[in-house]
Write a protein that binds this ligand. Structure first.
Ligand code: NAD
Ligand code: GLY
Length: 377
């Protein structure tokens, strides 16, 4: 079994990311090595049915006792209602400060369990065991935890770093193809932000990354985690360059809000369309070549992802409502939108002075019914 260990080097809160096939079956040893003897597992129905037994057998072998809360799958679980239920279950189980919370699942479980761990008894340590591609390359690393509220996505939460990330690449074999594609969007995003060669490699190896648990998929995960770890080390609380990881996300969060966090549009699907909008806007503003924006669109499309708002299920929104949703973005300053734009593939930057007229014009065209080719200047 080939396993790689990366380090997220944060003073006082450093932790390892362990990536490889079969890592879940060794979780008990890893936890025992952290000198913990009791864990509270949080998972969802889909994941628990397929992978919980591997984890609990490993814990049993290592003499680590465990309890579990199994929640409904889907974004709707990132809510105050489910948080209240989960924290209640943790308290009923008498979790103690020396216990570990384990988030076994995708980004939904990771964000929710990480938040619960951060607030129960003023803070418990937790481990991320990501089971989706998206969670393995992004959400399990960096300590962002949150739930959604009617005002917007991820608006209530904490920075709370995990003390270990165990990413078992073999568990992705049970992930539905649509979820793999959504995770692929976040992998390509890293290249678009800061590494053109990686973007080209990811685009060229999309079929292997999406369909086989071979070396290409492992390389994609490791490279993404390495990039994320370096960004988080430099800017843990997003005072500066960590915002780059949000390429496409201001658009994406508005798309998800329009879709009612319903599963109609997955987070990674919204990110793919959002990245295309960010590159389109960059090209319209003369910041990057139109041909770069076209390449980005073609790469996402080749992976089977929607590249424009019109390709997504009907969002039922207007450009005004969409801009208001974008304004809920955590990067906004003084009511003004802050976007991640690009000077080319691999050259993203934080843009604080984007003309709102240009954004509205982009959205007007993006939301216009097909056939209405009248472009606003
Ligand atoms: P998810 O957690 O909803 O998982 C997707 C679906 O796949 C669910 O139905 C789940 O039950 C199922 N599933 C998970 N693993 C499986 C497996 N191995 N086999 C079969 N089914 C499996 O979605 P996601 O895409 O992983 O995460 C999206 C969430 O992550 C969003 O809420 C987003 O805001 C958040 N996110 C957070 C960060 C961060 O830094 N904290 C970064 C990116 C995204
Ligand atoms: N997913 C963006 C971040 O962690 O900052």
């Amino acid at each position: 079994m080939s396993v790689e260990r990366l380090r997220v080097d944060l003073a006082g809160r450093a932790y390892d990311i362990v990536v490889g096939a079969g890592v879940l079956a060794r979780a008990g040893e890893e936890i025992a090595a952290l000198k913990r003897r009791r864990v509270f597992i949080v998972s969802d129905d889909h994941v628990a049915r397929r992978h919980l037994a591997t984890l609990t057998s490993s814990l049993d072998r290592a003499g680590v006792t465990h309890e579990a809360a199994i929640l409904p799958p889907g974004e709707a679980s990132k809510s105050f209602g489910v948080l209240e239920q989960l924290t209640g279950q943790m308290l009923d189980a008498n979790v103690e400060r020396g216990d570990l919370v384990v988030a076994l699942g995708g980004g939904v479980i990771g964000d929710l369990a990480g938040f619960a761990a951060g607030i129960v008894k003023r803070g418990l340590d937790y481990i991320q065991m990501p089971t989706t591609l998206l969670a393995q390359v992004d959400s399990s690393v960096g300590g962002k935890t949150a739930i959604d509220v009617p005002q917007g996505k991820n608006l209530i939460g904490l920075f709370h770093q995990p003390c270990l990330v165990l990413a078992d690449t073999a568990v992705l074999d049970t992930l539905p193809a649509r979820e793999m594609k959504a995770g692929f969007a976040e992998v390509l995003k890293y290249g678009l932000i800061g590494d053109k060669a990686f973007a080209e490699w990811v685009a060229g190896n999309a079929p292997a990354i999406l369909t086989t648990s071979g070396p290409e998929r492992t390389k994609a995960i490791l490279t993404s985690c390495r990039m994320k770890a370096r960004v988080v080390e430099a800017d843990e609380r997003e005072a500066g360059q960590r915002a780059l990881l949000n390429l496409g996300h201001t658009f994406a969060h508005a798309i998800e809000a329009c879709a009612g966090y319903s599963g109609k549009v997955l987070h990674g699907e919204a990110v793919a369309a959002g990245c295309c909008l960010a590159f389109d806007l960059s090209a319209r503003l003369g910041l990057c070549a139109g041909e770069d924006a076209a390449r980005v669109r073609q790469w996402f499309a080749a992976a089977g992802l929607a590249t424009s708002l019109k390709d997504l299920p009907e969002l039922g929104t207007t450009e005004d409502d969409f801009v208001e949703l974008m304004r809920q973005d955590k990067k906004a300053q003084g009511g003004k939108l802050v976007l991640i734009l690009a000077r080319g593939i691999g050259q993203a930057f934080v843009a604080r002075d984007v003309d709102e007229g240009a954004i509205r014009s982009l959205l007007h065209d993006a939301l216009a019914p097909s056939g209405d080719t009248h472009k606003r200047s």
